[in-house]
Design a protein around this ligand. Structure first.
Ligand code: ATP
Length: 572
């Protein structure tokens, strides 16, 4: 990547300087520059080496820094002890600095004519957004007859001659707090720099500077698998290496590698106890929920309400730990009522146990997950039929779920996001946006003014995540298709099938509206040794006992009205 730093404003000679004096000064400066040229090259090269080293260090994950420092120390010691070692090292560094510092290369080259044209095109496109009509400034940063050198502070080009990084100064009158204006600038810069890439924009409102960078591509196509996480932790997807310090080992295309995850912590100590996913249609929200459910089933019980009624959770029906998979309003209301009673039961059991100085019993501690995909359709039905709205009922688990170890996950499309009630909006503090979102849509979910648009070529499962008031992270959801979907990738379907818990013998799921047929495909082979090296939850640990225990305990407190017929009978 070539970089062109800090153009200095060109100034004309002072009025007092005569032509002769000017030429004398210039020839003297040229002579001095010729003599000092090797030194300047070396100093420039050393500077660039330092910049490269600092960037590399900032990209190195924290857990690797210790071993890297150790190896560096050993290297320095070996070189110092070797005969001619220090001299050899000095020659090496000087050589590298000379190479990096030479003109027209490295991170400090002047842009070529072609690159200048590109920059001028970007500059001219920005003029209508940044220029002020009747600007009193004689040399404004952006003007129709202006040049890019006025406003572009730092530029880096990729090897194929495209803009890889751009730092520009914008005029003070530009309303940089206006999300719409920011979005216009970002969209324009993205379009002028190439629509086929993603961009990251950082607005420095104190300095009136905007930095555009092209982030490394996110890890795509990683299949669903057991992720190495702690109890209560869920991998929502993968993000940029420099955005998080953590890495999780995954198997990708048969190879083991470490990737930077977006980890969402749930449970009693978590501050973002519930998750809201809002996405464009087909952007992958059901896929994300399926991935969350598969991870949740490792340690807890799950109750699924599929408001779209598309049967995309049918693979879960009858599995150990899956309490119900409901698609109808009656079933959804019954599930929500049960969740309310169960939350209250857990709270009172925990409170009694604590008052008696005992441990909270397992059946009040085992994580319970309530997953609602597209609840807006059900809320609409409930209104038209004069029934109770499942979202309203969920206020109790949303409010008190943290203390009762009940986690709520809700997914909705942007066009129906208005139907999400206040409790869902305020208690779901872990947020995900999937697919292309307008600035208003992104703001309404993530609570920040501007998010760079992922662009029209956004792959499914791509978006942004924000946990509480944390930073906005780019997100790629692991490929977790419906294993009953014949059109899905065969390998990805098999990966999901391998993660499904065994069928719960002697239990009914209650949900009658879901397909309960077994996938008519052969049982997938055992995971590869690499996969086997990741800690997996043995099937025996999916506690049949605790599932029935939960149901039994709940039955004492409130009838588990998860069967559509039962609930229908109650309703009538
Ligand atoms: N992370 C991903 N990796 C690969 N493919 C994905 C990913 N996420 C989604 N897909 C694919 O995109 C398609 C749509 O996904 P999904 O059904 O999850 O989206 P959705 O937002 O729930 O859509 P809708 O609600 O409109 O049905 C599916 O074919 C799915 O396999």
């Amino acid at each position: 990547m070539a970089r062109w730093p800090l153009p200095r404003p060109r100034r004309g000679p002072g009025p007092a300087m005569t032509g002769r004096a000017h030429s004398l000064v210039r020839s003297g400066t040229d002579g001095a520059l010729d003599v000092l040229h090797p030194v300047i090259t070396l100093v420039r090269g050393l500077g660039r080496l330092v910049v490269l080293a600092v960037r590399w260090w900032s990209r190195t994950p924290k857990e690797r820094r210790g071993p890297v420092l150790f190896l560096l120390g050993v290297g320095v010691l070996v070189v110092a002890l070797m005969p001619w070692g220090p001299a050899f090292a000095v020659v090496l560094v000087v050589g590298a600095a000379a190479w990096q510092g030479r003109e027209g290369s490295g991170v400090g080259a002047d842009p070529s004519e072609e690159e200048s044209k590109r920059l001028q095109a970007v500059y001219e496109a920005l003029v209508p957004l940044f220029a002020l009509q009747d600007d009193p400034n004689p040399q404004p940063l952006f003007a129709h007859d202006g040049s890019w050198e006025r406003a572009f502070e730092e530029i880096e080009f990729t090897d194929d001659g495209r803009i890889g990084r751009l730092l520009l100064r914008y005029p003070a009158h530009f309303r940089d707090s206006d999300a719409k204006l920011r979005f216009l600038v970002e969209r324009l810069l993205g379009a002028k720099s190439g629509r086929d890439r993603e961009y990251r924009f950082v607005w420095d409102e104190e300095r009136n500077e905007l930095e555009m960078t092209v982030p490394e591509p996110l890890p795509e196509g990683i299949r669903a698998q057991r992720f190495v996480t702690g109890p209560g932790e869920v991998v929502l997807g993968f993000t940029d290496a420099d955005s998080v310090h953590r890495r999780v080992p995954v198997t990708d295309a048969g190879q083991a590698r470490d990737v930077p995850p977006v980890v969402w912590r749930t449970g009693a100590r978590a501050t973002e106890s519930h998750l809201l996913v809002v996405g464009a249609p087909g952007a992958g929200s059901t896929t994300l929920l399926r991935s969350v459910v598969l991870q949740a089933l490792e340690h807890g019980d799950v109750l699924v309400v599929d408001g779209s009624g598309s049967g995309e959770y049918a693979c879960l029906a009858g599995r150990a730990g899956v309490l119900a998979v409901e698609t109808s309003l009656t079933g959804a209301v019954a599930c929500a009522e049960w969740a309310v009673h169960e939350t209250e039961r857990r709270l009172s059991v925990a409170s009694r146990a604590r008052q008696a100085g005992n441990l909270v019993p397992d059946d009040a501690r085992r994580p319970l997950w309530i997953v609602l995909d597209r609840p807006a359709a059900l809320s609409h039905l409930a209104r038209t039929e004069g029934r109770r709205d499942p979202q309203e009922l969920l206020q109790v688990p949303l409010r008190h779920g943290r203390a009762a170890n009940v986690t709520v996950v809700v997914a909705e499309h942007f066009e129906c996001a208005d139907e999400l009630n206040r409790a869902v909006r305020s208690y779901c503090r872990a947020r995900v946006v999937l697919g292309t979102a307008s600035p208003e849509e992104a703001w309404s979910v993530l609570g920040v003014d501007a998010v760079s648009p992922p662009g029209p070529l956004t792959p499914p499962g791509r978006g942004f995540a924000r946990l509480g008031a944390g930073p906005v992270l780019r997100l790629q959801v692991p490929a977790t298709p419906d294993p009953l979907d014949d059109a899905a990738n065969e390998g990805e379907r098999r990966a999901v099938l391998r993660l499904l818990p065994p069928l719960a013998s002697g239990r009914t799921t209650g949900g009658t509206s879901v397909r309960t047929r077994e996938p008519d495909m052969p049982v997938p082979p055992e995971p590869s040794p690499q996969q086997g090296s990741h800690p997996t939850v043995p099937t025996a640990s999916v506690p049949e006992k605790s599932v029935t225990g939960t149901a039994a305990a709940s039955a004492a407190a409130a009838p588990v009205a998860v069967s559509e017929q039962q609930a229908g009978a109650q309703a009538t």
